[in-house]
Design a protein around this ligand. Sequence first.
Ligand code: DAH
Length: 336
Amino acid sequence: MAHQTIEQIIEDAEKEINGAADPRVLNDLSVKYLGRKGIITQYLRNVSDLPEEIRPEQGKKANQAKERLSKEIKQAERQLEEKRLVDIGGIDVSSPGRPMNIGTLHPITKMTAEICDTFIRLGFEVVEGPEVEKDYYNFEALNFPKDHPARDMQDTFFVSNDIVLRTHTSPMQVRVMEKHKPPLRIIAPGKVYRCDSDITHTPMFHQVEGMLVDENASFGDLKGILTAFIHQIFDEEISLRFRPSFFPFTEPSAEVDILCVICRGKGCRVCSHTGWLEVLGSGMVHPAVFENVGYDSSKYIGFAFGIGVERVAMLKYQVDDIRKYFENDSRFLRQF
Ligand code: DAH
């Protein structure tokens, strides 16, 4: 044995390690070669008797052999353990691991939070209410009489004759006013439903309703607040315009457009060559709505607005198909 070279020792050891079919055999091999009285250990001890010229070289080789064999034994042990797990069935250790996808907040959830935050900073309070809503709150109290053509603007899902899936968040105006006296400053985020589906409409989408009621609110205040909001969400430079419109629950009513974020007013496909993009509806609360909740319409004045969350998110992130937000394709969702 003393005449064996270190290379021969390694060769023998590797043959034995590779042939081992049992962890106990590997354990014995570890003792045999690397143990206190093991072959390599002994070899290392004998190195000191070697002629000085070859001593360091041999010492180094022996140490390397020790490390190498120890690694090989550990690896052989691991392989035997893996094989055992496969043999007992069930675990295929060679199959690739399942990726652990870390979730993120949905872009619409984030956009809603961002919109709410800008209004919270302006002193508004967040309120929430039912998605399955009485016809009374969704329409009647908001000055949409039965058979009024404006009801057709909102393709309603009916649950029963007088229960609907709310078509907008405006019913929250009424619910809050019924319970609280002015002054009021509220925003109401949430899901709304309309029987409509195409590249810019999904049957479920999100709105943030806003309302302020006080003794001396003005259209100028409405403009100021919405301008601050748009500048916060988009950028400080973007121009707004208030375009006359109609909603039964506001008078006067205005739709707010922003200068096209793509072409900055030159005209492009996204803004249908108008240079402007519609972002929300707004107006001064109609006196009939105040009367419906028992407010004195000669004393109080208010304004309201309704923001489409998907609409703002599409413009902000330049997404041209609303359906992308709801397909749950993680390659899309991960980007936000
Ligand atoms: N509820 C309207 C809609 O969904 C949007 C809206 C317009 C809300 C004007 C308002 C408002 O509060 O004042 O089409």
